[in-house]
Design a protein around this ligand. Sequence first.
Ligand SMILES: [Zn+2]
Length: 459
Amino acid sequence: MVIADRERGGGRNRGRTLLWAGLPRLLSGVLLVLLAQAGCSQLPEPRRSLIVISMDTLRADRLGAYGYARSTSPNIDALAARGARFARAHSPAPWTLPSHASIFTGLTPQRHATHSWGDKIPSSVPTLAELLRGAGWRTFGHTTGGFVSGRYGFARGFEEYVDELSGFKMTLNAARRKIESLPEGEPYFLFLQTFTVHCPYPASSAHRATFRRQPESVVIEMASPCTVRPLESNFSEAQKKLFSDRYDAAIRSADEKLADFVEFLDRRGEFKDTYLVLLSDHGDEFGEHDGIFHGHTLYEELLHVPLIIVGPGVEPSVIEEQVGLVDLMQTALDLLQVDIEAGEGRSLTRYLGGDFPSSAPARAPVAYFASTEEGTKLRGVSLGDDKLILDLETGQAQLFDLGTDPGEKRDIAAERPSTRDRLRRVLDRHLERTDLGEGGGQALSPEQIEELEALGYVH
Ligand SMILES: [Zn+2]
């Protein structure tokens, strides 16, 4: 059953249900559930389950699996070795609300328009939980609130959605109880989110001592250090390094808690028919670009995030191609064999080997970035190693070559004007799209794909 068509390229099943974000708002919510239910009868048995764990604020380069030298993540590394690790996964935004909105909808911030403190995911946009519940999955969310609270639209589609501040261990224990309570063979979608590696970086005193490199004389005396503005703090370099050490300790603490949960899943044989996706919504800065924490820039320390998929049929591998959190929606639907297309992202199942078709990518490995927290007006685009960051207020464009300058220390916009202008054109076309908060919009048109192909960015 097809309600709207669009250009998606090869490698996709014909005749699957397409949910187009441009569908009239009043109809889409009802139709998507009906359509999902219609498709449900053709699903293979047994249907598989999905657990998504968002470790909020976890930057990729602080994990051993992503090359970090300190032993912050032996258990996450072991988990990554069992499945697909995406080496170059990007968040579309450097803070919680727009990034999670993209995870839940498969849309970039430009489209879901949930990128200011007062925004909410538009009711016209289907969420992953909504689609899966409509297709017969049990759906549960357990988060620590804040910008993933139900008031932002994240609870839509969940039978139960907890959004209370709690520790990671409590969250994982609640997840255990939920899994144990479900009848065997009943497929579920479980979304877990934790602020456990977010400032103030909770960790045991032993872990803090292990990871501390700053002398005892370096202290942070403020009562609420996490509330300072990222670009206006007066923290010394030594204090920023102390935060960084505490961050590492918090990751190690979280890693151990996660290990217990994975062991629980293993004991139950859960991975036989359950996928586990581990990701983060953004990173954290410790002075790399003169700021601290997140939400304020589009540099890699805030946008490069871990993305790991483990489960039946997923072969151990490292995928070097650029992918985005915006791809999770379609990937999840394809993993669970729910025959619906939704969002702007592309399915990443083609990279998983094993049981999955590995046709050539149908979409350009393009990542678009946006930042509006703290009043910044930044937008960005990344194509391969080239990355452009545009300040909409000043018109200033910075260009970086991530291949030779992964730390983004050297702006080469003036040296490579043709690359700069090419990325600017790609970004401008992206920004022309109408956001759904204003009642409509569409994914890439055939003309836009053609233009990208002409630029060499579409496979
Ligand atoms: Zn966050």
